[in-house]
Structure formats: C-alpha cells, structure tokens
Design a protein around this ligand. Structure first.
Ligand code: ZN
Ligand code: ZN
Length: 320
C-alpha cells in the first residue's frame, strides 16, 4: 500500500527528545538542537534536495520545463539535480528554474546515446566544454547495465572520470550489480573522485552498502527509484526504512541522500513509441521519501533530506 502522503509531523514530543538525549548524551543533544538553530523560521524542516531527476526527450513530449519547475516549487524542493537525454535538456530546465536546477552533463548527447556514448571521444570533449563553461555542475547519470555495459577501462569513461576529478564535480553512477564490489573497485582506483552511487536498495542490500560506505570514505549513496512502485527493497509495509537500512543511515548520516527519479519506464518493457509519464508520479514519490525521512531522528533526517546534498553539491544554505 502507498504510504500516507504529504504529512510532515512535528509534534511537541518531549519523550522523543529524552530518548535522543539518553541515546547520544550531550553531543547528541547538540545535534538535536542544531536544526532548530539553522531553521528557526521552519524552512529547514521542509527543505528537500531531490538529487536524482530526469528531463528526457521522451518526457518532454508530455511535460514542459515550466510545469516541472512548478512541481518542484510546490513540493518544497530547494534544488534538484537533473540528468537528461539528450544532455542539453538539463540546461533547458535550468533556464526555466534558475538556481533550483543543478544540471549534470549526461554522456547521452543524443536520443539513443545510452547505446554508444562510450565509443566516441567526442563525448568527453563535450563534457569538458560543458564543465569548463560552468553550464554543468557534475557528470551523470552513467549506467552500467546488462546490454549497455562498456568496460570500466573504456577510455571515454576513464576520461569522464578524469574530468570529474579535475573540475571537482560529482559523478552519478548507476551499476546494475548485486553487490558493492564494482563501486569499491572504482573508488579505490579513484580516491579523489566525488562518487555518487545511485539506487541503494534493490540489488544493493544494506549489508553491501555498509561495506561500500566503510571502504569508500568519499562516496555518497542515494535512495532514488527504490519506492514500492519500482523495485522496492528500502522500506516496509508501513513506509518506514527496513531495520538494516535504518541502522545504516543512523550510523552514517553524512553519507546518504535521496531523490525521486521520476522515470516510469523502468517498470515496463522499453517502448520507444510511448512518452514517459514519470513526472505524473512525482508528488507521491516525494511524499514517500518525506515519509521515511520523518521517521528518522531529526538531525539524521535533516542531513539526508538536505544537508548532505548542500555540502556535496557545493550549495550554500539558500535561505532567502
Ligand atoms: Zn538509474
Ligand atoms: Zn536515473
């Protein structure tokens, strides 16, 4: 069953604070109070960074950039990280949404670019031009999936990683793997890389991700597209994080972020003749993520909901 939507409970629950105090003692108490200090006007209680959205050509057929910006604004999304196919649609969204949009360079520079991006040196040339100009603030999403899988030593992929390091920008990578080893190999080979691991949950279980987080001190992990309507694996029937995930996030609150990834074709056979209506589901996806976040201790929820993303993507606290 879908979780209840849109509720952000902020009761004056002193039992909660007492439990937090007993658990974390003085440092914990300071952490509990911190969000109130920085969010005195309440804004920080709601602010959400959606670090995984798309504005692809087959979505643009049925939804325009202004309508997406309106959805983000109404949803209290402080900023959204967008990857598009073709890549320059992310810049169209940026023009419509200004600072609310943080565009990534997608190596899929044409409609079917996901199939052949790694065969062309031109991909990396375009990435460099886009990063140098400041138009793009990172690289991704890059997929390593069955049927679309270059080797990790592919020169175009390696060049993109060089650029991510050189420009000190994040790179969002989606690996369709049943364990964490490929990510661990990647972070060990590139300790300076700002690696963002897409879609924890699903194939990547909490124990895998714990090993990844422990072995890759610079890597961040996000939970997009693991809602009950696509893959699942993250929350239980009540919409709360499963125990293994909950403990992991509490143990490493500075390492996780989340996003909606409003792409709907993942659940059905690829159908090139149909537009993707993923943005129609955006509101319930956002409500789903807010729901499990609300169940976490407040300082932890604040980090995962917004704080980590501000830091990782180099955003100031945009109280205005
Ligand atoms: Zn993905
Ligand atoms: Zn995606």
């Amino acid at each position: 069953m879908p979780p209840s939507t849109g509720t952000v409970s902020k009761p004056a629950d002193f039992g909660y604070f007492w439990r937090m105090f007993m658990r974390f003692r003085i440092p914990g108490l300071l952490l509990v109070l911190l969000p109130f200090a920085i969010g005195a006007d309440g804004r920080d209680e709601e602010a959400f960074a959606d670090i995984h959205v798309h504005f692809n050509w087959d979505q643009r057929e049925i939804i325009g950039a202004p309508e997406i910006i309106d959805k983000l604004q109404r949803g209290g999304v402080e900023f959204a990280v967008v990857a598009s196919t073709p890549s320059d649609l992310a810049l169209e969204l940026r023009r419509a949404g200004g600072d609310r949009i943080l565009p990534l360079f997608s190596p899929y520079t044409h409609e079917l670019g996901r199939r052949d991006w790694y065969l062309h040196a031109r991909t990396a040339e375009l990435a460099e031009a886009g990063l140098r100009s400041g138009a793009y603030r990172g690289i991704g999403e890059i997929h390593f999936m069955t049927g679309f899988r270059p080797r990790f030593d592919n020169p175009v992929f390696q060049r993109l990683l060089d650029l991510a390091e050189e420009y000190r920008v994040p790179v969002l990578i989606h690996i369709d793997a049943a364990d964490e080893q490929l990510f661990v190999d990647l972070c060990r080979a590139r300790p300076g890389l700002k690696l963002l691991v897409a879609h924890a949950g699903g194939n990547l279980q909490a124990a895998h991700v714990r090993r990844l987080v422990e072995q890759c001190s610079g890597a961040m992990v996000e939970f997009s597209a693991r809602d009950p309507w696509r893959y699942g694996g993250l929350t239980g029937e009540d919409g709360r994080l499963l125990p293994g995930w909950r403990q992991l996030v509490i143990d490493y609150p500075g390492r996780f972020m989340t996003g909606t990834d409003p792409v709907w074709k993942v659940t059905r056979t690829q159908s090139w003749d149909q537009a993707d209506d993923g943005w129609d589901h955006f509101e319930r996806l956002l409500a789903y993520h807010r729901h499990w976040l609300d169940d976490l201790p407040r300082p932890v929820a604040q980090q995962v909901r917004i704080g980590n993303a501000r830091r990782f993507f180099g955003r100031a606290n945009t109280e205005d």
